[in-house]
Design a protein around this ligand. Structure first.
Ligand code: MG
Length: 386
């Protein structure tokens, strides 16, 4: 059982439904991992991508992490029962010789390949990823995961009316909760977009705001005091990811729920956030991205570390907004998952026949992650393996 080839592309990806709107040249990596295992007469291929919001990792994938997988012998890769590739063992091979700390974005490169390894393993097992992963962890997957619609980026023109339109479309799709962006405009302008959004949503407890790590301490505290009276669902990414001083000052001042962790990538950093970020374990939300945190091995370590420190598993609402995160939330019994119905095409959102019902969605029930059931993503992946 071997990985015979790994193909990788860097591709542009947009935060907007209309990719013509500027998105800072954002890219992501898509990978195809070809195995020598045959199912239904064809070699099994696992597909993965680098999740949203950080740039493509082609150099690290090609030069460092893919070669370690390609050099692996059968005995190094195989699962305990000898019948599958073991993504946990493959992860250890990828990280061979890597020193601790200095996470940079190698965690994203490793997470990209990790997603493809899990897709391949679930296809070899003939199981949806949520089921395979839950089996490995001795759990039952949640059949329908709580989800919310992420989006609400600034529009260069007609911002508030287009934002309201976007939220209306989310509600029509069955989402009950949504998250919009703030922090890149003066507070008064952000409050105007917030109020436009609240006119659409069923109530303030259905709307979260995400400042995308924009604020220093003074701006964070003044935004927190402006937002507090609204009673929002949560206030996310308040300040720079390692600015625990500002994070804890806001936690002391802001009575509502905070969300953090999206741009922290290791269990060591998660522990520091818990020690020094002032977050409240029974109230606040953790948005670590299971791809950006070195893939599932790293993400599971974060869940373990924070659970041991008193965080309920339902505090985790992973960032990403794609099918992989949905499987992970289902398998681990997390609080819920972000879904990006309109932005980050072709990877954002559910599979084509996926439906949101009363704010919940089920991951695809076909073997693997289910990219085959998302035509726009599938077209891109099959470019790698014509
Ligand atoms: Mg965020």
């Amino acid at each position: 059982m071997r990985i015979v080839e790994i193909r990788e592309h860097s591709i542009p990806i947009s935060r907007h439904a209309d990719p013509a709107l500027p998105s800072g040249g954002l890219t992501t990596s898509a990978v195809a991992l070809l195995t020598d295992v045959v199912r239904d007469g064809r070699p099994v291929v696992g597909y993965g991508f680098a999740s949203m919001g950080r740039y493509a990792q082609g150099g690290l994938i090609r030069e460092r992490f893919a070669p370690r997988l390609l050099r692996a012998r059968d005995a190094d890769l195989v699962s305990p029962d000898g019948r599958n590739i073991d993504p946990f063992r493959a992860w250890t091979l990828m990280m061979a010789g890597e020193k601790r700390g200095g996470h940079g974005e190698r965690c994203v490169a490793v997470g990209t390949l990790d997603m493809a390894l899990w897709d391949a393993a679930a296809k070899i097992a003939g199981l949806p990823l949520a089921r395979l992963l839950a089996d490995r962890l001795g759990r039952q997957p949640e059949p329908a995961v709580r989800v919310y619609a992420g989006g609400g980026y600034y529009y260069p023109r007609d911002d508030t009316s287009r934002l309201a339109e976007e939220l209306q479309r989310m509600l029509r799709l069955g989402y009950t909760h949504a998250k919009i962006k703030i922090g890149s405009a003066p507070v008064a302008q952000d409050l105007r977009r917030l109020e436009a959004a609240l006119k659409v949503m069923p109530g303030p407890e259905h709307l979260a705001v995400d400042a995308m790590n924009a604020y220093g301490v003074e701006a964070a505290l003044s935004a927190a005091s402006a937002l507090a009276p609204y009673g929002l669902w949560w206030f996310e990414d308040v300040c720079a990811p390692l600015d625990f001083q500002t994070q804890s000052a806001v936690a002391a001042a802001y009575p509502g729920r905070l969300a953090a962790g999206e741009a922290l990538f290791s269990a060591d950093e998660a522990r520091l956030l818990d020690l020094y970020g002032g977050l409240r374990r029974q109230r606040d939300v953790l948005v670590f991205d299971p791809v950006h945190c070195y893939g599932l091995t790293g993400f599971l370590e974060i869940v373990d570390v924070l659970e041991a420190r008193g965080w309920p598993r339902t505090s985790f609402w992973p960032h990403g907004g794609h099918l992989f995160a949905l499987h992970v939330a289902s398998a681990l019994g997390l609080g819920g998952a972000e879904v990006n119905p309109f932005c980050f095409a072709p990877f954002g959102g559910l599979h084509d026949d996926g439906r949101v019902q009363q704010g919940r969605a089920a991951p695809p029930d076909t073997p693997g992650i289910g990219w085959e059931r998302k035509a726009n993503a599938w077209a891109l992946f099959t470019d790698l393996t014509p």
